[in-house]
Design a protein around this ligand. Structure first.
Ligand SMILES: Nc1ncnc2c1ncn2[C@@H]1O[C@H](COP(=O)(O)OP(=O)(O)OP(=O)(O)O)[C@@H](O)[C@H]1O
Length: 492
């Protein structure tokens, strides 16, 4: 039997901590520093390579054959060696997991065959792992790598607020202790609902996608593929887009003939969500009390009934919800029912406003511009980034508050790329030029009622700055006013 020496035990404990540490948290840096202590003189960027080499060397040294089998390790040391072997596997295969993640993103909903499945299986088999253990570690390593890429690449920014956000998103997926998560919680995350708060355009939807697509997806050794594509594991619904009468049907689905216009069966988001997935309820702040009650029942009982049906259907996914209403408003008298609110809040994640990020770290703006320009132009373009930055510095100044946050920054970048200039929105100046356009349209008699209503709401919004004011002046409800304004912005 293989028995670890004290020094081996110390080293493999460190490795176990490293593999399961949150890569976006400071604790990870602390572990790296401790590992660095083992390699005096090594450069930080080579640290991981040094560690991988050292893990392999030490694992090989455990057996004369150079191939330590997990079933030959003394029980009390087994989990340490198991973790070290998983660490070795993870780093040997991580680039292939990355390539798979990118290819899967392009292939969308059909789950791809894993080209390295046989090689991976042989790795675990040769080291004494069962097929069940192999499948588990395949799924876990894919999940770890996918979550890392999705969180790192979609939410850029070096400010403390952004680093904290990435750390919190990781914990939202894996909890603060991946070891425990992997052992007990993998199939029990459905009860962990998440509420994402933040101003409009800060990246709440982006954060929701990152965590929604980072769930654990079992591996099927027969098909040599994961049981589904991660692109199918996230279903979103913008609650403010639907009138009350249609919302329940969008959430729970309906049966043919359930109401006038229900000409065929319709699957709601809850039914479309896969068991490994999450539904994203955007603009949750707009939801009426009786829909809150129905959703609360689903969260508690895990069953829902489509409109016009008597059959209960089980819902296994997670719920992620977002709203740009301030926290105090949500818990106030005309906000959420308290029971609904608390059921939703296993975790609350707040996405920081852009001005806070820039204030914390002025280089954040450049990093974001770089990211945005690269996305728009299709490759890194330092000269365009520089040009956009120059216009922003000149026209908006250092302390511009970015009321539309990252979405406004994207819009600004587009406009500067086209016009080399950016007029801020919303401004009274824009409101009056919009009023002028509307008046001209009325004079010419060319506008239909929708254009007129959307344009009028948008003008009021630019003038007053809140949906509430638009609703008060027009007599529309807040949700409808907002819908018209968004429709106008999309056409604009
Ligand atoms: N940290 C970030 N790094 C890169 N892009 C970002 C970041 N945050 C947001 N974005 C981009 O900004 C845009 C707006 O983000 P998103 O739609 O997620 O915001 P939101 O808070 O959900 O908005 P709303 O409140 O209007 O629903 C998206 O194109 C998104 O990709």
């Amino acid at each position: 039997m293989i028995r670890l020496t004290e020094s081996q035990r110390h080293f493999f404990t460190l490795v176990s901590e490293a593999i399961y540490a949150n890569p976006f948290a400071e604790e990870r840096e602390a572990i790296d520093t401790r590992i660095a202590g083992l390699f005096p003189g090594a450069r930080v960027e080579n640290l991981i390579d040094e560690t991988i080499r050292e893990v392999s060397t030490r694992l090989k040294a455990l057996e004369p054959s150079g191939l330590p089998r997990i079933d030959r390790v003394e029980p009390k040391d087994r989990s340490l060696v198991e973790n070290a072997l998983v660490f070795e596997f993870f780093y040997l295969f991580r680039e292939r997991f990355d390539a798979l993640t990118h290819r899967q993103l392009e292939a969308e909903d059909t789950s791809l065959t894993v080209p390295f499945a046989d090689e991976a299986h042989a790795f675990f088999h040769d080291r004494g792992f069962s097929t069940k253990q192999f499948c588990h570690y395949m799924a876990l390593c894919y999940q770890l790598r996918r979550a890392f890429l999705l969180i790192r690449d979609s939410l850029v920014g070096t400010s403390r607020a952004m680093r904290n956000l990435r750390r919190d998103l990781w914990n939202n997926v894996f909890t603060h202790d991946i070891g425990l998560y992997a052992r007990y919680l993998i199939n029990r995350m459905e009860d962990f609902s998440t509420l994402i708060l933040g101003e409009t355009g800060t990246g709440k939807g982006t954060a929701a996608i990152a965590i929604g697509r980072s769930g654990y997806i079992p591996f099927d050794p027969v098909r040599k593929a994961f049981t589904e594509s991660f692109t199918r594991t996230f279903v979103s619904l913008n609650l403010s887009q639907y009138p009350e009468s249609l919302l329940e049907s969008e959430l729970f689905g309906h049966k043919k003939g359930a109401f006038t216009g229900a000409v065929e069966d319709h699957k709601g988001v809850l039914e479309r969500c896969s068991p490994n997935g999450a539904i994203f309820l955007d603009e949750l702040g707009e939801i009426a009390p009786h829909t809150q009650i129905k959703l609360l029942q689903v969260l508690q009982e895990r069953h829902f009934t489509p409109v016009g049906s008597h059959l209960k259907t089980r819902f296994n996914g997670r719920v992620i919800a977002a709203t740009n209403r301030p926290f105090e408003e949500l818990t106030g008298s005309d906000g959420f029912r308290a029971d609904f609110f608390y059921r939703l809040c296993s975790d609350i994640i707040t996405v920081p406003p852009l001005w806070v990020r820039i204030e914390e770290d002025p280089s954040e703006l450049t990093a974001l511009l770089n990211h945005t320009v690269t996305r728009m132009v299709g490759k890194e373009s330092p000269e365009y980034t520089e040009m956009v930055r120059e216009v922003i510095d000149r026209q908006l100044g250092e302390h511009y508050p970015w009321p539309g946050n990252v979405r406004e920054l994207e819009q600004c970048t587009r406009r500067v790329l086209i016009k080399k200039s950016y007029m801020m929105t919303p401004t009274r100046q824009e409101a009056s030029s919009l009023a002028e356009t509307l008046t001209q349209g009325l004079r010419k008699g060319e506008m239909d009622i929708k254009e007129l209503t959307c344009g009028y709401c948008a003008m009021l919004y630019k003038r007053h700055g809140t949906y509430g004011d638009v609703a008060r002046i027009t007599g529309l409800d807040r949700r409808t006013a907002k819908k018209y304004i968004e429709e106008f912005d999309q056409v604009d």
